[in-house]
Design a protein around this ligand. Structure first.
Ligand code: FAD
Length: 279
């Protein structure tokens, strides 16, 4: 069982608990992006098993009629085994999901995986006429070029600041530089994309900037935040008619995810602790 301190950030160990969480979110006007926790499998069987689990999850979402989609990590479904294993599994998930009308996001991992991830995205989003999305990281200096490549494609792009510690030759390292790049890339997306812009950030400054860009360019956008982070803001934004999606992790491998959230921001631990002691 997941201890209460972690359950602010992780919806449960199995799909049934995760789907219950999605129902609650949907009642509050927030949509859900479900992520089965797991990454860096070096053998094919666990990668195939997680791909199968996503296919079952797609069926559950479809049958329950929930406002939800899924998000997969390339190294969870075979990228550390081989490019081919990843390509096979991601195609399997996307093809099945497209048949069921369920959207699939592909998370972005460290810079060594960017090319193979974008290649798979481009192929699948063309094949399914935009039933796929990909995450792009503002801390990488290559991102401007990648966005130019992605602009004419169907599908969606989630812009995040970037969670991986990348070499300084290829990445912005200072928070101020990453924030500046985030705004520059967000503006490029609002200017050049016809739709499919996802603002993956908890930063009130970035959300405000997106609202200004919407006023200027009229490009539709959605806001994506993690479960357990600024949840009040998520429901408030949804009540103001913004399209808000909560990224909802679940699964037995919850500990390392929870630990990452706590390390990234000690207030997360304090917040979770306050929820437990009811203060
Ligand atoms: P930060 O720069 O961390 O914080 C800016 C401001 O936001 C803070 O000053 C504060 O006002 C507010 N804020 C941030 N956190 C909190 C908090 N816990 N409580 C209250 N206020 C807070 N990264 C990847 O590399 N690949 C991915 O595929 C990926 N997918 C993601 C999907 C989603 C939906 C989200 C939200 C993030 C994803 N990330 C991914 C992580 C991302 O790269 C960042 O590491 C993470 O979102 C932190 O950056 P930030 O923009 O939220 O703001």
């Amino acid at each position: 069982m997941i201890p209460p301190i972690a359950s602010n950030f992780v919806a449960g160990e199995g799909p049934a608990e995760a789907l219950d969480h999605v129902r609650e979110l949907n009642e509050g006007g927030v949509s859900a992006i479900l992520n089965l926790l797991g990454e860096h499998y070096e053998e094919r069987p666990p990668a195939d098993e997680d791909a199968d689990a996503y296919i079952d999850l797609v069926d559950d979402i479809h049958e329950a009629g929930l406002d939800a989609c899924v998000s997969v990590k390339p190294s969870q479904i075979g990228l550390d085994v081989s490019d081919h294993a990843f390509e096979e599994n991601v195609a399997r998930i996307v093809d099945h999901a497209a048949e069921k009308g369920v959207f699939v996001w592909i998370d972005m991992e460290d810079h060594t995986t960017t090319d193979v991830t974008l290649d798979a995205y481009e192929r699948l989003t063309r094949e399914t006429d935009g039933m796929v999305g990909v995450c792009i990281q503002a801390n990488l200096k290559r991102t401007g070029d990648d966005l130019e490549r992605l602009a004419p494609l169907p599908g969606k792009v989630r812009l995040v600041k970037g969670a991986y510690d990348e070499p300084k030759e290829i990445a912005y390292k200072q928070k101020s530089e990453v924030d500046r790049a985030y705004k520059e890339y967000l503006e490029l997306m609002f200017r050049e994309f016809e739709g499919g812009v996802a603002v993956g950030s908890h930063d009130p400054k970035m959300i405000e900037f997106a609202e200004e860009l919407y006023d200027e360019y009229g490009t539709d956008f959605e806001i994506q935040m993690l479960m357990g982070v600024r949840e009040n803001a998520q429901f408030e934004l949804a009540a103001q008619e913004y399209e808000v999606w909560q990224y909802v992790p679940y699964g037995s491998k919850w500990f390392s995810y929870f630990y990452r959230r706590v390390r990234e921001r000690k207030e997360n631990a304090l917040f979770a602790l306050r929820a437990v002691v009811g203060n």
